[in-house]
Design a binder for this molecule. Structure first.
Ligand SMILES: [Zn+2]
Length: 572
């Protein structure tokens, strides 16, 4: 379903739907722009899946520069709709490339109970597309995916059960998808069909910027929204650019143009946890650097990613307006910096291309990270809460026996907002995967990584990793047993059988290749137990390294490798 031109039957159906969704006031004359569910219910309700579909259908008959489609199907078979907004309209990645504009991919509702991203995104697409005057749609391409976790969205239940720390609306969906996976822990293992659909969009469109819309979980702070760049130290391009160059400007614009305070995502240490190995009793700490989280993952692809977290203790209308303002400021800023952002993407994709060929080009790839324990001291706004003296619940999301005071105080405290590398690896020319490891290869290809297959046996100078420790989690996490491997790489001539898979690091996603395949990576394929019982003390790790791929070609010209794309993606 990718079309900007609905059929006549569809048009009349849409007009009927539109009449219903706007209270029947539009029986005659041209259709008017649709309203979101919150707009139509004085912000008492959020959109169901059908509301999102109806809204998009109503937009599609207005002759706007929009293209509608589906990124793929959810576990329960729902299409996950997207809408692309730009002037002129684009329908394909090739159209987009011709325009030479930055592409911004904004995703709502990855956690089904965190609803305002979905509703803000629908309203924003509508408002940008119907605006008569030129706007940001003349300088960027926006891909909006408002209801990513559509199955989770449909499990409507009381907010007091599905989103305990959230100030309404009364009925919301659940966090997980229909397989009970947290989609924001699935970006490496890609077990969910939703994740695979999302990765296919990343591969096809290669957006310059990815924005993931959420709602916070706890601390009473003074910010309408908190944000985070990619936190992984391997996100050397988009991660640092977002942190040091985009987000400070967005913060200032949210203050001056919208009178909203925003800040780096985090929680007070007193609410959340202590920072290990830090003596700080109070402070503000961010979350995690691993790429199982979408925005960290996207940074590792060499692009910009921004996590946005509306404030769960604000009511729905304020959360929607904060998210709307923040996303529209991101779009504007990306439009203003179109040339530098596109050049950043090009440099990120080009950097690994000489790996394995030119020793000077090599850049260490961080594969483990740790929180920087020398934080800056900054003012963080805190709201005081006080005991009520009884066990009443004063508002949704407030713990029993407490109430908010509306007293906001800036407090100076250490802010832990960044990670540094704890272990680096030099990229080899290639990793070699054993012929039988088709599940590994399938997953790499789902990530958009190019894998070749050798059509003969060969040997090359390389390294094998001898395992000396395997630590497996005692409990399943997201249906997998997380595993940590330790050991040592040794250099020797390696012999590879016919049909071995060759994963060159000299490709745009070279950093991701290293991170996923290194045995000691903190969130790679070994972590998610893709190698199963083969990881044993004293054994060799099933993936080996080749240090110089070009020699193989020179000494054995006949034994070239061929690209094999016959293994279709499927759920392991
Ligand atoms: Zn979330």
């Amino acid at each position: 379903m990718r079309s900007g031109q609905p059929s006549l039957v569809a048009v009349s159906m849409m007009i009927l739907t539109l009449a219903c969704s706007t209270g029947g006031s539009q029986r005659h004359g041209p259709p008017s722009p649709p309203r979101t569910r919150p707009e139509a219910t004085a912000y008492r309700e959020t959109s169901r899946y059908a509301d999102v579909r109806n809204f998009l259908d109503s937009l599609s008959v207005l002759g706007l520069p929009l293209t509608f489609g589906s990124i793929g199907k959810t576990t329960e078979g729902r299409e996950i709709p997207y809408v692309i907004a730009s002037r002129p309209a684009v329908a394909t990645p090739a159209d987009a490339r011709r325009l030479q504009r930055p592409i911004v991919y904004v995703q709502g509702n990855i956690h089904g109970g965190e609803v305002e991203g979905k509703d803000a995104l629908l309203a924003l697409v509508r408002d940008l597309a119907i605006a008569a005057r030129p706007n940001v749609l003349d300088s960027i391409i926006l891909i909006a995916v408002p209801v990513y976790n559509a199955d989770g969205n449909e499990r409507f239940g009381p907010q007091s059960r599905n989103r305990t720390d959230q100030n309404g609306p009364e009925l919301v969906g659940v966090r997980a998808n229909a397989q009970n996976f947290d989609l924001n822990r699935d970006y490496v293992k890609a077990d969910a069909p939703e994740t695979r659909a999302s990765l296919a969009m990343f591969n096809a469109w290669d957006p310059d910027v990815f924005v993931d819309l959420h709602t916070t979980n706890g601390s009473y702070h003074g910010y309408a929204l908190t944000y985070s760049p990619s936190l992984n130290p391997a996100a050397v391009f988009g991660g640092l650019y977002a942190r040091d160059s985009l987000l400070p400007v967005l913060r200032e614009r949210m203050r001056s143009r919208h009178r909203r305070e925003v800040f780096d995502y985090g929680n007070f240490l007193s609410d959340e946890r202590a920072v290990p190995e830090s003596t700080a009793k109070e402070g503000w700490a961010t979350y995690d650097a691993r790429p199982r989280f979408g925005t960290n993952y996207y940074g590792m692809r060499g692009r910009i990613a921004i996590l946005a977290e509306a404030y769960s203790h604000d009511p729905l209308d304020r959360r929607i307006s904060a998210t709307y303002a923040f996303v529209s400021e991101i779009l504007s800023l990306v439009g203003e910096r179109a040339a530098s952002i596109r050049s950043l993407s090009e440099r990120a994709s080009g950097q690994p291309l000489a790996w394995g060929r030119a020793p000077d080009s090599l850049q260490m790839v961080p594969i483990r990270s740790e929180l920087v324990l020398t934080p800056s001291t900054l003012e963080v706004i805190r709201e005081a809460v006080e005991p009520t003296g009884d066990s009443s619940v004063t508002e949704p999301g407030m713990r029993r026996g407490f109430r908010r005071t509306g007293r906001f105080t800036p407090v100076r405290m250490p802010v832990f907002d960044r990670f540094t590398s704890a272990l680096d690896r030099i990229p080899p020319a290639a990793y070699v995967v054993a012929p039988g490891d088709t599940a590994i290869v399938r997953l790499l290809r789902i990530h958009g990584i190019r894998v070749e297959r050798s059509d003969s046996a060969w040997s090359a100078r390389g390294e094998a990793f001898t395992i000396d420790t395997v630590i497996s989690a005692t409990r399943l996490f997201q249906a997998r047993r997380e595993t940590r491997v330790q050991g040592k790489w040794d250099r020797a001539l390696q012999a590879f059988p016919t049909g071995s898979f060759i994963v060159s690091t000299a490709q745009p996603l070279g950093t991701l290749v290293v991170y996923l395949l290194e045995p000691e990576s903190e969130d790679g394929l070994a972590t998610w137990n893709f190698f199963g019982a083969r990881l044993k003390k004293g054994e060799k790790f099933p993936v080996r390294k080749v240090l110089d791929l070009s020699r193989r070609g020179r000494s054995r010209p006949r034994r070239s490798s061929t690209v094999v794309n016959t293994i279709p993606p499927r759920n392991e």
